[in-house]
Design a protein around this ligand. Structure first.
Ligand code: GLC
Ligand code: CA
Length: 555
């Protein structure tokens, strides 16, 4: 196979409202991103992915789009967008946009018309069903709480929304819907963007007959029921044929609950669908044992399970498809708190250790803003500190309505797993409002910003920032890092995550101590080794100090 540019790339994810404010309204914006391009260039990333910046009532921070071809004015104008794209390219980077087409906002013109009657131009753009015995058409529960169906008196029907009521699901069975999506994609591609991240794209094909969920009221609704539906491959192939194949771009499909076998179909070298997927198995390892509580839990992840989840994908896709690699994004808590240790004593080493463990795998790595600073969770203790509708709705539903859990326990769960942990504004320096804005930011800063900020990181040669810079450089310079196959070591070891990569006779050995203890591990290797990267000085061979992580090359 000929190598593709995105196999050499490291992607940096920008959450626009929390990245950089340029006009001091407290909200990040497009000119703010332009201002920070030199910082991103210094880090060495190749591609920027922006979360949605389109016209939206922002019920779900932009994942509810009211007009796909307009920029939300608080972020700037279309001229600001065109300039941003130009500047990104001028800095030698590329741009991925977020494509959210499982659903629109209920404020989108298509939905506004669709809901009026059963015979307007957009009547079949959404999934409408008659009541069944005066009730919802099935027992599906929405991801953001309550039923997945909302009744509209004008039509005398219910519409389906897998997420919030303000996010009605599009009816992909309707060819006109698909044509409309292709049209949106071409609009952005013709502007010269370099690809798409596709929101919950494996939910677009619903199961025939929309059958009841076997366990009503449990999360996630998607698993084995609405995800990876019968026509998904057809839709993705059509998208590829009609749109993507006409451009040299990259695609990554967000696919909650997909398994490696599914992903081989979607990312297969000959399947002509997508380039890679965001799988969820390694970020869904500690669901609450009470299924009605879904992901809300505060238990630490067990290392053998984490290893198993990641190794499985490494092995399954090798030579057959392509992996994305990520610890963090806008929907996940901060990795250093979740998988390692955010105690000030260990945070920097632990963040570097996590970076090394992931970046030395096969696939395209994604870095979420602030990850390169080793940012940790915010550790909120009150519900009114949260912004995210998922967290707030879950609290009300599980604590107040269903009384499945008490308030203080739910607050612990939120502190552990809420998406808001990732969404605090980017700390640029230690000044008031952290250099993010002169005004009070739309969402409170992480209180650690005086210590953990970009300016401090760039001034400190031992920072997480420079470690990530090295990881990115290593990938760029090494076909072994990019393409080597993956060989796990001691999957049951609950303290160390170790693996080898092999490529054309060379071997890379990666060993990471996930504990605060000093350990000894001897992975015997016949040939002499060269230490390529470490998060400690003075290599001590078989000894691994707390959160130590090192990479050896054998050639
Ligand atoms: C995806 C997005 C998430 C959003 C959801 C509904 O999971 O990443 O932020 O809430 O889809 O669009
Ligand atoms: Ca602004």
């Amino acid at each position: 196979m000929t190598h593709k540019w995105w196999q050499n790339a490291v992607i940096y994810q920008i959450y626009p409202q929390s990245f950089q404010d340029s006009n001091n309204d407290g909200i990040g914006d497009l000119p703010g991103i332009v201002k920070r391009l030199p910082y991103l260039q210094k880090l060495g990333v190749d591609v920027l992915w922006l979360n949605p910046i389109y016209q939206s009532p922002l019920k779900d921070n932009g994942y509810d789009i009211a007009d796909y071809k307009k920029i939300l004015p608080v972020y700037g104008s279309m001229a600001d967008f065109d300039n941003l794209l130009k500047q990104i390219h001028a800095h030698g980077m590329k741009l991925l946009m977020d494509l959210v087409v499982n659903h629109t906002s209920d404020q989108h013109r298509w939905f506004q018309e669709s809901k009026q009657s059963k015979d307007n131009q957009y009547a079949d753009y959404y999934i409408w069903r008659d009541p069944v015995n005066g009730h919802e058409p099935n027992n599906w529960h929405a991801a953001f709480g309550g039923s997945a169906w909302t009744f509209v008196p004008e039509r005398g029907q219910y519409y389906l929304h897998l997420f919030a009521p303000g996010q009605p699901d599009l009816n992909w069975e309707n060819p006109a819907v698909r044509e409309s999506v292709w049209n949106i994609m071409r609009f952005w591609l013709d502007k010269g963007i370099d690809g798409f991240r596709m929101d919950v794209i494996n939910l677009i094909s619903k199961p025939a007959g929309l059958p009841d969920a076997p366990e009503p009221g449990t999360y996630p609704l998607t698993e084995g029921l609405v995800a990876d539906g019968p026509k998904l491959d057809d839709y993705l192939r059509e998208m590829n044929e009609k749109v993507l194949s006409h451009y040299d771009v990259m695609t990554v499909g967000e696919m909650p609950s997909s398994k490696p076998e599914d992903a081989i179909n979607y990312t297969g070298l000959n399947s002509h669908e997508l380039n890679m997927v965001f799988q969820f198995q390694h970020v869904a390892l500690e669901p609450n044992p009470d299924k009605r509580l879904g992901k809300w839990n505060d238990q630490p992840v067990k290392l053998p399970e984490l290893k198993k989840a990641l190794s499985r994908w490494q092995k399954a896709l090798d030579g057959k498809g392509w992996n994305s690699l990520y610890w963090n994004n806008h929907d996940q808590p901060r990795a250093v708190s979740r998988f390692a240790n955010d105690d000030p004593k260990y945070r920097v080493r632990a963040a570097k250790m996590l970076g090394t463990t992931l970046h030395m795998m096969q696939g395209t790595p994604f870095v979420f803003e602030g990850e390169e600073l080793g940012m940790a969770n915010v550790h909120y203790t009150h519900l009114d500190q949260y912004e995210d509708l998922e967290s707030i709705n879950a609290y009300h539903e599980l604590v107040d309505e269903k009384k499945l859990v008490d308030g203080p326990t739910m607050l612990k769960y939120l502190a552990n797993i809420s998406r808001d942990n990732a969404r605090t504004p980017m700390p640029w320096d230690d000044s008031q409002n952290a250099g993010f804005s002169d005004a009070t930011p739309w969402f409170a800063l992480n209180p650690t910003y005086q210590q953990i900020n970009a300016k401090a990181a760039v001034a400190d040669k031992d920072s997480v920032f420079y470690h990530y810079q090295k990881l990115i450089q290593l990938r760029h310079d090494s076909d072994l890092v990019k393409f080597g196959n993956y060989d796990e070591i001691d999957p049951d070891d609950a303290e160390v995550f170790a693996y080898r990569r092999h490529y054309q006779g060379d071997t890379l050995l990666v060993m990471s101590n996930f504990t605060d203890k000093t350990l000894t591990r001897n992975y015997r290797q016949a040939r002499a080794a060269k230490l390529v990267l470490s998060n400690y000085d003075n290599d001590q061979g078989v000894t691994l100090r707390p959160y130590e992580s090192k990479v050896y090359l054998f050639n």
